[in-house]
Design a binder for this molecule. Sequence first.
Ligand SMILES: Nc1ncnc2c1ncn2[C@@H]1O[C@H](COP(=O)(O)OP(=O)(O)OP(=O)(O)O)[C@@H](O)[C@H]1O
Length: 590
Amino acid sequence: MSATASAVSWRALGPHVRPHRRVLAAGALLGLLGSGAALAQPLAAQSVIEALQERESVLTPIVVLSALVVVGALLTGTYLLLLERTAERIVLRARLGLAARMLRLRVPAIDRQSPGDLITRMTSDTTLLRAAASNGVVQLVNGAVGLLGAIVLMAVVDWVLLLVTLGVLGTIAFGVLVLLPRISRATERGQAAVGEIGSVLERSLAAVRTVKASGAEARETAAIEDAARRSYGAGLELARHQAVLGVATGLAIQVSFLAVLGVGGARVADGAMDVAALVAFLLYLFYLAEPVSGLVQAGIELQAGLGALARLDATEELPVEDDVETPADSVLESAIAAGPAPGVPLISFARVAFAYGDERAPVLHDVSFSVPEGGQTALVGPSGAGKTTLFALLQRFYEPTGGAVLLGGRDISTIPRGTLRRSIGSVEQDAPVLAGTLRDNLLYGAPGASGAELAEVVAETRLEELVAQLPEGLDSEIASRGTSLSGGERQRIAIARALLRRPRILLLDEATSQLDARNEMALRDTIARAARRCTVLVIAHRLSTVVAADQIVVLDAGRVRAAGTHAELVEHDALYRELAMTQLLAGPAG
Ligand SMILES: Nc1ncnc2c1ncn2[C@@H]1O[C@H](COP(=O)(O)OP(=O)(O)OP(=O)(O)O)[C@@H](O)[C@H]1O
């Protein structure tokens, strides 16, 4: 998915550089003034020599030379400080920009990404941008101006020697132009490999028990090693290019020195120029090494930055949900809160079709059913029938490819995602528990809920006993991933978290695991109580749930097969009968 480096032009740096253009311009100016002070030093040195030759006072030329050295140093120091600060700001801005997008990316876009690779983009690629967008840009400007200035001054001193110098320097320009694009490609390859290290590590740490239980440590390690070697290979290639460029630059300057010494010596001997002019010219040549290597360095940094930018830009282009934090539309929110008009169902799936991507087979076909306000509706069907997908569509994690999902008669695609999701509480099947205290976990979806509301929901979800057992009650730390809790407890915590949001609709994907009698009863009771507060739509895996449901919808291979009560379906639907007998968990008591 990543764009190739060749597709990223120098212009792509614009958005990163533009906000800092004034500071960068000031930095470039300071750098230039510093260079100017350095450039004027040979002239001052020349006047010291001339004063000595003429046996005049050397005080003034020496004072001027010293002032140039001190002012030059101060200017360069300020310039460096300014540049470093800008560099850090560029990284910060890029990271803040990415941070603002990451968790707002649309679910289909996240599905296609590897979390580890996304983390690398945020942490590592941004630092490469740092060098390119600050140092690279300023060095490019200063190097070019320094080079031009030196060339003009050298032309003033002796244009024959200038032609000799330019002839030699011209040869390195060719090498630079050939090597630079390779640097950006090698950087992008290296960063992609670093991203892969992150991906494999994230994948295997997230499922570390499965990795260990499957004896897959060596295979996962090998995958990381492979990516690390590829990153090393790309790093080596970069180092080779940089070494060649560094040596070529140094050689060009040295050869220029020798050529200028030879030709200049001959010209002095011929009387075509004097010694002071030759010394001044050589000092300029000495000075020239800096802008030339600065330009080469700028080229390297900019190209490496462009390689990283290709990866950052690819992330920038991923679509985000831009309507999760939009200010509440009070008319719409109160219309939703008021509930549907009489005779209009709370939720309707109207001929909904859906596929996870253009090239994938549809998983829902022409799904139509309604959920009245209040009570419990259960979805049942074989594994892969599309039950979880219906929940995802209802929360606008994905958009249907055909038909519409309606809330109170209103197409949910017209309701901002934030508003829609505020009216829904969702409990996933694996009921994730986040690291933190029990209180943090319960308040996660409603940080502003009061103590009384919390106590009420804790009682309603029958969590009081758990709270009493824990050493510090609600403030007890829960082990990461909730491993210290039973499946039933995790589900009830997740239900409590969802209920604290005071949702209009509770979506509940029941755990498929067998629960003990107490947990089973507690869960059944919790769902029944929740159904008094809001409309419960449950993906049912338990007989006790379907028996208690007001309506059951049977899904099979992405189609609605039947709907009715447990008694009706047992009588009229063969698949339901079979599911009820074989797949629905009867529970310890049932
Ligand atoms: N993110 C996804 N990308 C691609 N395909 C998916 C994705 N999620 C689910 N599917 C596919 O869509 C189909 C329906 O899946 P879904 O999870 O909705 O079924 P389900 O009825 O909830 O099954 P289960 O009871 O096993 O959870 C399956 O074939 C599944 O492989």
